[in-house]
Design a protein around this ligand. Structure first.
Ligand SMILES: *Cc1c(COP(=O)(O)O)cnc(C)c1O
Length: 426
């Protein structure tokens, strides 16, 4: 294993994806390692936003049908671009609302508490919004969280054990809802195995893939996953608050959405304004209202780049970047006086696109010191510094620089210059 800067520079020179970096706006003087929280702007996304703006200026209301692609069917159009990234058919995925809103729509559909089968199986490491949403869905059905929300526990505070999750799939469980990649540690769950285990026990299963889509390939159709949802502003670089996506396996087409709205209506008759809901025969049925066109446009531009690069090449480079970073930690940074470690599984099949670096005492202040040096990570309490080198725009030399910064911050005691308070957005 070669961890030198020269090796990194050579890797960058030979990188088959290197042409994409110059299509992104990389903030001046910055080593951007936060693409798992907010991906960077690209010229491609910008061009699509400007196109929609121009359409609005020149077409007015006619943009709904005359824009190219038409705004009216834009969510389905974006779904077609998304499908190859998740191993789905075009009609199984659609751009819609936000992650949390899509989760409500899908859980309202697939959570059917009946008889002694009333529980939802989730986990204690999921993003809190998901757990808030599940609790409220249980309450809406007259249940209570204490009894009906089962959380798979983590034995080390970072990772989940699939065997343990499967053990909890008993006949009191009506729905399994799990993350694909854990937002803190970066562990990638075995979605195929979990889907199979749930189905063997007659339980529908859905995944929140906000932290995996765009960096990890998915095979929802081959796995038979019932449903999934994910945001587009993290690895997908769709911009702050960009509309999200939802996936529904085609065997559920025709199932009535648990929450309905007029954009889920059959397209050809939506403007009949009929009083009775007649859903689209696709995942489009789970949309609620009018697409947010200005921000949806950015997603289109970004998805075209994924299509051009191919998700398998992106995954390959992403793993090389994170492996290199872990090697650098193992080699120097894990020793005294540095004392860094990582909570992310080393096994490639078990990790997503970021590395959760830990420092036992000073993670928060080290994070501030990194930012002062132009490195952009993020911090998750109590002691996780997330580092996400992104295949489309990060370099191996960036990764080397981050490791070097982590080292010098300790050598020079730079973290001591910062306070211990945390900002509202960390
Ligand atoms: C980012 C993220 C969310 C965010 O939900 P929004 O509705 O987009 O605010 C939800 N769940 C997970 C797992 C996430 O990573």
């Amino acid at each position: 294993m070669d961890t030198t800067r020269e090796w990194a520079i050579r890797k960058d020179r030979d990188d088959p994806l290197r042409r994409f970096r110059e299509r992104f706006y990389i903030p001046e003087g910055c080593v951007y390692m936060d693409g798992n929280s907010l991906g960077l702007a690209s010229r491609d996304a910008e061009a699509c936003i400007l196109r929609v703006l121009e359409e609005w200026k020149t077409l007015g209301i006619h943009g709904w049908l005359d824009a190219k692609p038409s705004w009216f069917t834009f969510p389905e159009h974006a779904g077609k671009l998304m499908a190859p990234l998740i191993g789905a058919k075009a009609e199984e995925v659609v751009l819609a609302a936000s992650t949390t809103a899509n989760m409500h729509v899908l859980v309202a559909t697939f959570y059917r508490p009946e008889g002694t089968r009333k529980k939802i199986l989730a986990d204690e490491l999921n993003f809190p919004s998901d757990l808030y949403a599940l609790s409220s869905q249980i309450a809406l059905r007259g249940g209570n969280t204490k009894e009906n929300l089962i959380l798979a526990r983590s034995s080390d505070g970072h990772t989940l054990d699939e065997d343990e999750i499967i053990r909890l799939m008993d006949d009191s469980v009506a729905l399994v809802l799990l993350p694909s990649v854990l937002y803190r540690s970066g562990q990638l769950l075995d979605m195929e195995r979990l889907t199979r285990a749930a189905h063997d026990r007659g339980i529908p299963v859905g995944f929140d893939c906000s932290h995996s889509v765009g960096s990890v390939p998915h095979r929802f159709d081959a796995w038979g996953t019932d449903f999934a949802f994910f945001c587009s502003y993290k690895h997908l670089n769709g911009g702050p608050g960009a509309p999200a996506f939802l996936y529904v396996n085609e065997r559920h087409f025709g199932t009535a959405p648990g929450l309905a709205g007029w954009f889920g209506f059959r397209k050809e008759r939506q403007f009949d304004m009929a009083l009775e809901f007649d859903p689209q025969p696709t995942a489009g049925a789970w949309q609620l209202g009018t697409p947010h066109m200005m921000s949806a446009a950015a997603v289109e531009g970004s998805l075209r780049m994924f299509d051009e690069a191919g998700i398998d090449s992106i995954r390959r480079k992403s793993l090389e970047l994170t492996t290199y970073f872990m090697d650098l930690i193992d080699e120097t940074l894990s020793r005294s006086p540095y004392d860094y470690s990582y909570a992310t599984p080393r096994d490639e099949a078990r990790r997503g696109g970021h590395v959760a670096v830990e420092h036992p005492r000073e993670a928060l202040r080290i994070c501030e010191a990194l930012k002062a040096r132009g490195v952009v990570p993020d911090f998750r309490p109590e002691r996780v510094i997330r580092i996400a080198p992104v295949a489309l725009y990060s370099t191996f030399e960036d990764v080397w620089r981050v490791a070097q910064a982590l080292k010098e911050i300790i050598d020079l005691r730079e973290y001591e210059r910062f306070g211990k308070g945390r900002k509202a957005v960390s």
